[in-house]
Design a protein around this ligand. Sequence first.
Ligand code: PLZ
Length: 443
Amino acid sequence: MTVPQVRLLKTAIPGPASNALHARKSAAVAGGVGTTLPVYVQRAGGGILVDVDGNQLIDFGSGIAVTSVGNSAPRVVEAVQRQVADFTHTCFTVTPYEPYVAVAEKLNALTPGSHEKRSALFNSGAEAVENAVKIARAATGRPAVVVFDHAYHGRTNLTMALTAKVMPYKQGFGPFANEIYRVPMAYPFRWPTGPENCAAEAFAQFVEQVHAQVGESNVAAVIVEPIQGEGGFIVPAPGFLARVAEWCAAHGILFVADEIQSGFCRTGDWFASSFEGVVPDLVTTAKGIAGGLPLAAVTGRADLMDAVHAGGLGGTYGGNPVACAAALAVIETMEAEDLAGAARRIEAVMKPRLEQLAEKYAAIGDVRGRGAMLAIELVEPGTLTPDAGLTNALTAACHREGLVTLTAGTYGNVLRFLPPLVIGEDLLSEGLDILEGAFTAHA
Ligand code: PLZ
């Protein structure tokens, strides 16, 4: 990789060139398009982002779990350059091409379960989730969709309805799509009777609410993130997902795993569902699938996927050849470099450090996550009261020191860490040192 793997601060963060660009942004770009950290990137590779002032920042965000293979990963660059010179577009539903088929074959092989599968490709995560709902409704002939508290599934009209959090995602954007029903998530840290009761009680509530308020025979699908992403890296209590999946199967309801954030080696296996022994009927993927090129997919049981009439699924750009070439290079990289193993190694380095911090700072109520999808939840010491103020102060302190971190959570009180899976151990440790320094200064 051509970007030196060292942190380097030449100016304040953000520096003058970033500030000048940000003024242009504010004058030209719609205000609704927010900015987490107004540092304008010029180059990136491995675990480093280089900004327009020449600063080199450590990347603990991966563009929200996208550049798992690293930014401009060598195989991706080569594959994209080759494809872009051959042809850029035909529209797969007009005159098809091999890379789309090859991505579908790979997805069918890599997603959980050895049953016969089919895939359909799209542009964004939200579009994949929308299409999973279309497929589930067409295959079951049922209207209702069940989702969970803290869920995030996208920003389109249907996926806003599936998403739980009102601000900023839904405020002012209704009316929303109907036939969406929300049930409690098995959230161990916040479960009223304690984490040990969480799986069983949350499952009982799920069954009761779906039965009483929706009716099993009306439900096409239950959609769940195996580890919730924007909602705060909530790992459902062990056993909960398997019970839900089993119950769905018994009632002809499709279990849809939204692996858009948790998938593609992020959690230490190809898909997070595997840790719970769950084989979903449909899986949605995006983000890490193509190293930053826009690509998403629905993969699932052949009988369900083929239930939709020809022409019922598609789009001008879905499965664009350049994005498909990138995805094939990503998958090759993940296999060749064992990036699932890399995610497990990141967990082995980061989690003990975060746990040590939690021993020292009572504001850390919970340390959780899997692989390179880790988070800490910040509360007022000894309570469950969310501390979004501290979360923002810590984030700002990390940003000033050249560490890109992200927040999450329904209450805005979760610091989440999503380093590229190829990040070096020295950068990982340095990032954790910066986080620790932020705690020393602010907690
Ligand atoms: N499902 C589980 O995490 C995207 C959203 C960032 P798109 N998460 C990042 C933002 O503020 O918009 C996501 C996800 C899960 C679906 C999506 C939607 O994926 O590619 O952003 O549409």
